[in-house]
Write a protein that binds this ligand. Structure first.
Ligand SMILES: *Cc1c(COP(=O)(O)O)cnc(C)c1O
Length: 411
């Protein structure tokens, strides 16, 4: 294996990197190397003016008229149309609304209702907590059982009686990418529906839900899409399922004619029913501003750079500190998403020590140091310097400082 790029080589690489020109469009504090964009992306520079314009030129100028004049009422559908090309879905099948958690709840119920006479929800027990909790909750509500199995076992008897299989496309801990096409096909062959959680994939990996024949999907917009803290999520339901939908949250705005204020619920056609209530327009505006930047470059190009950044980080750390960390992610960049997970029993304190040096990653129980490589605002030299900072934190043992072991509420 060739040695990793030197600092000088990284600088030269940055000078010829076409994505480097996007960096000024993001707001990141001076002196910070931000490797946590897989948890919360930074703001785009235009966010502040867009938010101010919402208050002054829309809300402040038109008051309730903004719903119509400023197009707020259609905002979720419009943003869904902007997410659609990023995930390879039809614009009419995607809606931005609610949180990923709430959307999972809705789509799990929808899936169960679309596959009657079955008794099982299939999930993986190393999936993100919200996905696991909701599968259990919906199964209990519908009288189903949950079958836990790692995705590599999603074939044969494991698929018997399954109504819906739900899975994160990129595992939040390891970054392992699941084979969306093969898993969806196996579920379909068994008569089940496929529900994908794209939270760690959207804006990071090329996705083609259409080619994979995916039934339903959800995902976050505040990670690689930089929509902001609490940005609304998206929900995708394939057109082939629209006719049979029964929503568990029949909100007034998801009614076919909300302003008829009818006594009986009647779902809006297409994906329109997925609105549960009044959308969070201030957050929609921030997401719209972020998509102007994040959606402006081909994800194939950004993915290529992200794989190089992740490999550079791993190669430097392992080269300088052999055997100190366990690589929890697949070694091959093609098999993992845009984050890398290293295992170390003192991971929490090490991450805090790094943050004190301006290198922001995060920690996930039990021993995972997680580093995200968002290629739109990170340079090769950033990643080089971050890796060297980690090497220094280990060699100097500065992570042993007791202040790095104190835990806050959010890790
Ligand atoms: C981040 C993430 C979520 C977050 O759900 P919220 O409802 O937005 O808090 C859900 N699922 C996965 C796989 C995630 O990575």
């Amino acid at each position: 294996m060739p040695p990793p790029m030197t600092r000088e080589e990284c600088l030269a690489r940055d000078a010829s990197d076409p994505l480097a020109s996007l960096r000024p469009q993001f707001v990141i504090p001076e002196g910070v190397i931000y490797l946590d964009g897989n948890s919360l992306g930074p703001p785009v520079r235009a966010s502040a003016t867009r938010a101010a314009a919402l208050v002054t030129d829309e809300w402040g100028a038109h008051l309730i008229g903004g719903w119509e004049r400023d197009g707020w009422i259609d905002s979720g559908a419009r943003l869904g149309g902007r997410i659609a090309p990023l995930i390879g879905a039809r614009p009419d099948d995607v809606l931005v609304c609610d949180s990923t958690t709430v959307n999972l709840f809705k789509l799990l119920h929808v899936g169960v209702a679309l596959r009657p006479n079955r008794s099982v929800l299939l999930a993986s027990d190393d999936d993100f907590p919200t996905d696991r909790y909701l599968v259990e909750a919906v199964a209990a509500q519908r009288g189903y059982t949950v079958r836990w199995a790692p995705p590599r076992n999603w074939h044969g008897a494991t698929l018997k009686d399954v109504a819906v299989g739900v899975l994160s496309h990129v595992n939040f801990r390891t970054g392992l990418i699941a084979d969306m096409g093969a898993i969806t096909r196996a579920l379909h062959d068994a008569g089940a529906l496929a529900l994908w959680d794209l939270s760690h994939s959207v804006g990071a990996l090329p996705l083609d839900l259409g080619a994979c024949d995916v039934d339903m999907a959800v995902g976050c917009t505040y990670k690689f899409l930089c929509g902001g803290p609490g940005a609304p999520a998206f929900a995708m339901v394939g057109a082939h399922l629209h006719a049979g939908v029964h929503t568990p949250i029949p909100g007034w705005l998801g009614h076919a004619r909300p302003f008829a204020f009818a006594a009986q619920y009647e779902p809006a056609p297409g994906i329109g029913w997925a609105v549960t209530g009044t959308p969070t327009i201030a957050s929609h505006v921030l997401l719209d501003a972020a998509l102007d930047v994040v959606g402006s470059v081909a994800v194939t190009a950004t993915r290529h750079k992200a794989m190089e950044l992740g490999a550079l980080f791993v190669d430097i750390v392992e080269g300088e500190l052999p055997g100190v960390f366990t690589l929890h992610s697949p070694r091959e960049p093609e098999l993992r998403g845009n984050h890398v997970s290293l295992g170390h029993p003192d991971g929490f304190a090490i991450v805090q020590g790094l943050i004190a040096r301006g290198v922001v990653g995060d920690f996930r129980e039990p021993d995972v140091l997680r580093f995200g490589f968002a290629p739109l605002y990170l340079s090769y030299v950033d990643v080089h310097d971050a890796a060297i900072a980690l090497v220094d934190v280990m060699r100097t043992e500065e992570w042993r400082d007791p202040r790095f072991s104190r835990r806050g509420t959010v890790t």
